[in-house]
Design a protein around this ligand. Sequence first.
Ligand code: NAP
Length: 305
Amino acid sequence: MAMLDGKVALVTGASRGVGRGIAIGLAREGARVVLAARTKSASDTRRIDGDGAIVSGSLEETLDQIAAEGGSGHAVACDLSEASAVKDLVGETLNQFGRIDILVNNGQPQSILTGRFWEMPATAFDDQMSVGARSYFLAAHAAVPTMIRQGGGCIVNISSPGACFDFFSAAYSITRAAADRMTQAFAADLVGTGVRTYSLWPSFIRTERVIMAVSGDSAGFQMPPDFNPMTQANSPEVVGLAVAHLAADTDESDRNGTALTLFDASEIYGFKDYDDQAVLPHASVANAVKTRGSVAPLVFAKMMK
Ligand code: NAP
């Protein structure tokens, strides 16, 4: 029996990238998966920043991959920056499958992610927050009453070491910190309900955009010179395996309400990537743990001493 037989998962930002991998990973573990993003089919052209390089991936392609592997799912085209669309998305999940056990909040704007804050358009803040934080809150707001009625559930907010370290831009880091604080605050409210909530920080993942950045196409961010996505990044699907383990582990634990790295999850649950590659630790996280014993931002680390 697969880990998630009988379970229903909703994954946002599932037309490409980490979300696509999570959807496939959860389906491999037996979940029926609802996929959400704006790009429905391969013929819908999506460009970085509206008029930049074309980025591949669509809901139908993710769904085709799930079906080819024997899984089942349902695609919903929706714009996560619209509050009513996020609420409707949860409604559509319940209409389609009658329950919701796992909510994976994921996604990031298809815009230029890097730059010093005053040199980026002021709209970068709302652009990042609406997809990377507000949609997380709204999807959980709509899904949790059903999860509580069902007697439990699991919410995983995909975040990043950007919550504690300076990656990409201030607006990006702020959304990652917001996602993690949301995880903690939700867990406090959800005590006794059976609904658990985690933040999950992938390290480098071989997404379409990471591969674009390595090939020199304008992906909206740069990768380090000589970065090798085959040896220095993991597959998107292994993030789904981590989510599956978190969702299946219904023992209340100290991890509820916390942020885990993908590497932490692989150590706790003892899994490797699908190609047998080890799950890679994130260099900034590993270095912070080594030098100051914690990944907490410096200000919190000082307060805790
Ligand atoms: P990505 O490749 O840019 O994919 C983003 C996803 O979000 C796409 O499916 C996109 O679909 C969707 N999306 C964007 N705007 C949307 C909107 N308005 N409405 C609906 N869907 C929208 O991003 P990623 O690299 O997978 O990152 C996803 C998450 O993983 C982020 O939280 C990021 O912080 C985290 N992460 C990624 C890495 C990595 O190496 N890639 C590492 C650490 C953390 P449409 O364009 O079709 O709407």
